[in-house]
Design a protein around this ligand. Sequence first.
Ligand SMILES: Cc1cc2nc3c(=O)[nH]c(=O)nc-3n(C[C@H](O)[C@H](O)[C@H](O)COP(=O)(O)OP(=O)(O)OC[C@H]3O[C@@H](n4cnc5c(N)ncnc54)[C@H](O)[C@@H]3O)c2cc1C
Length: 418
Amino acid sequence: MNLAPTELHEAPPRSVDLIIIGAGIAGTASAFYAARAGLQVLVVERRAEIASLTTAAATGAFRLQHDNVDEYALVREGLDLYLDFAARTGLDGWDLGVRQQGYLFCTRTEGSAEHARELVALQRGFGLTDVELLSGEEVRARWPYLAPEINQARYRAGDGFIDQIALARGYATAASHAARIPDALPGGGARFLMNAEIVGFARGGGGAITGVQIRCGESTYDVAAGYTLIAAGPWSGHVAALASLELPIAPTIRQKLIIPELPVIDQQGPMTIDDETGSHWRPALRGCYALRTDPATPAGEPLLEVPTDPAYAHALLDPASPSTLANLAPFWRTVWSEGPPAWSLAAGQYEYTPDHRPLIGGSGQAGLFVNTGYSGHGVMCSAGGARRAIDLLLGRANHAEEPFRVGRPMVDRARDVL
Ligand SMILES: Cc1cc2nc3c(=O)[nH]c(=O)nc-3n(C[C@H](O)[C@H](O)[C@H](O)COP(=O)(O)OP(=O)(O)OC[C@H]3O[C@@H](n4cnc5c(N)ncnc54)[C@H](O)[C@@H]3O)c2cc1C
């Protein structure tokens, strides 16, 4: 497939149906659903490449194992698309690298095992019936390299990994060539204006948002639009403030340890998670990605370049660390004692909301919509969230019935392990 997203290399049009701010996974997915609905879309991205900020840092993992039915529904909708992406977008042969190798959440204490059993019962209640509860012996019978201390695990074989850059570029390409989308309404399409920053909003007589100001090099452009959608990831609060809109988004640094070429990692194995500490790894690059959410990491300002810290790698690799991966599998001790493998770090910012669920739909200001705040789940939720955002924007769905609406009551939620 040699199609690509359509990039604009001249001044933007004076007016479009929809302006999307940000070309990460949320912005590109929104462009896809909007173009499919027949809208002419301009996506404005500050960076030189699509999906190059938070989306680039992601682990690319997806799971239906969630603790609430609404987020489960978002991922379920996405999975239906990801498994049939080429046909549903009209991009013949487009490969998202989907690998359904499972998510394995392991416990080592009876308290966590009890909690896991309650969670599986809850999931069965909302229709997720294929999560297996495995005893420690059953876990080691399937993955003999796992630690004797693991007393139980919950496992869903259909969870797995996806190439999130291929997904974002796929959304953007399909949006750019919307006539190829089998169920598209006529007239839709998207263009991408790169290296261009939204610096302000325009308002009409009644106060409605009627467009944006864009800075692009030395030039500034006014572009009018019936709808404007904020999909600026960790920057969404900052962008919303330009319209005097307050969005509860707390950017929080999250790092990814990349260890290529580590033969001891089972490349067919699952995402393997320590439910006690949140430390986990997934096979990648003939080695793995390894991560942990440190609940003590404070929120901060959105960043253009997100710094990494070698101490993060040591906290996962050093067997003396409480969050060591050696708690899950003894081979990590050997990896450490033989000399730490060649590794590197990448980092992005989780765009946490207080209840760790996204903000989707109307902003409370006419003409202004949001699709953001995925709190670390933006890749897996991208299709479901964007489809809802566009349905709400077009009045095909009711704001009051949207569980992820802006302005909903939010209960602060303790950090998930992932
Ligand atoms: C280490 C790590 C691992 C993760 N792993 C997973 C995972 O396994 N699965 C999963 O589902 N999620 C994962 N996530 C979360 C996921 O990456 C994010 O939820 C998702 O990428 C957010 O996408 P986005 O489009 O909202 O934001 P971004 O990808 O940040 O895109 C927003 C874009 O808006 C642009 N922008 C900002 N301000 C402006 C402006 N004023 N004008 C123009 N453009 C602007 C930015 O340049 C950026 O490109 C992970 C995140 C991290 C950090």
